[in-house]
Design a protein around this ligand. Structure first.
Ligand code: ADP
Ligand code: MG
Length: 315
């Protein structure tokens, strides 16, 4: 199968939302009136981000999902994507499943694949996602203010715990592993939440490298600090030991793809309403402080030692 047959067969779908999609030297796109373009790229590398024998359908899903999550954190609506693929060989069963996983998530969010690149090489998947956000309304990392509440969506640590199980660092029962593995392989980007937070949150980030690391980016960019209440954090729970590893997964595990955001306390009711509307837990976990640094408290108010760092590819 030629490169062009491959693109035609597996990666060419109707793109009514684009002026021009796959097949020319470039795609042509037009933004809606009053909107800014939000662009983000995320790459998944075999052996680094996934096991080489990973299920191709789940991989297709995750490749797009991690990119959608970045747009969610900006409060943007995803519209288009490009896909750069490097493949060791043309394996049709793999491509068929991969594209199914990719397009079924794309359809769910109204995202159109408008271009890409396909080459031979080590398995490497790179998506650029393009979306729209009303002018001046994007949720940025730099907007957190002293006194803001700090919020997190969903439950943290499940994906990292599934990985710890796969690496034999902890033994989960079958049911627990299934829940956690779904979070690892099929993250659900919080697009609706990001959009709803426009005008309500002062800053936001998606949690891909662990809560402390990603909140750390907000703190750094906003030049503020944080005080967190560990017991308030809605983290994965495991019966019978492994407390250390569980704590590490919750605080520094990564792959959660939840949103962490800050908002004035006057917006608490609005945020609770969003939580009800979206049927998604939103939990108040701490406060932004004027003093830099991040402090974590136990239930009894005592200080907790923070050893955990997030994932850093070059750290
Ligand atoms: P060029 O040689 O101009 O770079 P290519 O031969 O790489 O063009 O690609 C031909 C067309 O197919 C382009 O429109 C490109 O965007 C698209 N394309 C290539 N690979 C992919 C892919 N994996 N998914 C979607 N579109 C792709
Ligand atoms: Mg090319």
């Amino acid at each position: 199968m030629s490169e062009f047959d491959l693109i035609q067969r597996y990666f060419t779908r109707a793109t009514p939302g684009a002026v021009l999609g796959v097949g020319d030297d470039a795609a042509l796109l037009k933004l809606s009136d009053g909107m800014e373009l939000a662009v983000s790229t995320d790459m998944l590398v075999s052996g680094t981000h996934f096991f080489p024998d990973a299920d191709p359908m789940l991989l297709g899903h995750k490749t797009l999902a991690v990119n959608l999550s970045d747009l969610a954190a900006m409060g943007a609506t995803p519209r288009w994507a490009t896909l750069a693929l490097s493949l060791p060989e043309v394996k049709e069963s793999w491509l068929d499943k991969f594209s199914q996983g990719f397009f079924s998530l794309a359809e769910q969010y109204g995202v159109e694949l408008v271009g890409g690149d396909t080459t031979r090489g080590p398995l490497n998947l790179c998506v650029t996602i393009l979306g729209e956000v009303p002018k001046g309304k994007a949720l940025r990392r730099e907007g957190a203010k002293a006194g803001d509440d700090i919020w997190v969506s969903g439950t943290l640590g499940e994906a990292a715990l599934a990985l710890a199980h796969l690496q034999s660092k902890i033994k989960l029962n079958q049911v627990k592993f299934a829940t956690c593995a779904a979070r690892l392989h099929q993250p659900l980007p919080r697009i609706a939440l990001g959009r709803a937070l426009s005008g309500i949150a002062n800053s936001a980030i998606d949690i891909s490298d662990g809560l402390l690391a990603d909140l750390g980016h907000i703190l750094e960019r906003s030049k503020v600090g944080a005080e967190l209440n560990y017991t308030a954090i809605r983290g994965v729970r495991v019966d019978g030991g492994g407390e250390d590893i569980v704590q590490r997964c919750v605080l520094a595990g990564g792959d959660d793809y939840e949103l962490c955001f800050t908002a004035p306390s006057a917006n608490r009711d609005a945020i609770q309403n969003i939580s009800v509307t979206l049927a998604l837990p939103l939990t108040l976990i701490g406060k932004i402080t004027k003093e830099p640094g991040c402090i974590l408290r136990n239930a009894d108010d005592s200080l907790m030692q923070i050893k955990e760092q997030g994932y850093d590819h070059f750290g």
